[in-house]
Design a protein around this ligand. Structure first.
Ligand SMILES: [Cu+2]
Length: 139
């Protein structure tokens, strides 16, 4: 086999590997956007945090707050169906703050009284399986 032929083969394999790697990255990114929560994090700042609802999902799945300080969650409904956001002690637990259900295009505020450090559950009461996350309160 002559050397230039080998070089050509290697080049071809490298290009194929790059193509496969790129395709895998593109696919996993696409799946994340389409079917799973993006896993975003929002931190309460100045006593307030904003959460958007879109495509039957909360892009934010972790809200971070400070123990002992009340705060406000602003829910922006960018969807075509109604949503709310409520806080529970845990999944299936006791209701701590019940959010008003709003239609698409509307915005509402939910006041959450001061909480002890710990992990709490937030969800849309209309779509609890698709729209939920963890409220992390740190002291
Ligand atoms: Cu909902």
């Amino acid at each position: 086999m002559n050397p230039s032929f080998l070089a050509l083969r290697r080049g071809g394999l490298l290009a194929l590997n790059l193509f496969v790697a790129f395709t895998l990255v593109a696919c996993s990114t696409g799946d994340g956007d389409a079917s799973e929560p993006a896993g975003g994090r929002a931190t309460v700042s100045g006593g307030a945090v904003e959460i958007t609802a879109a495509d039957l999902a909360f892009p934010v799945t972790t809200i971070q707050a400070t123990a002992g300080a009340a705060f406000t969650i602003t829910l922006v409904n960018n969807d075509s169906v109604p949503h709310n956001i409520s806080i529970y002690t845990e999944e299936g637990g006791e209701l701590l703050a019940e959010g008003t259900v709003i239609n698409g295009g509307e915005t509402v505020e939910l006041r959450v009284e001061a909480l002890d450090a710990g992990e709490y559950h937030f969800m849309c009461d209309l779509h609890p399986d698709d729209m939920n996350g963890t409220l992390v309160v740190e002291g």
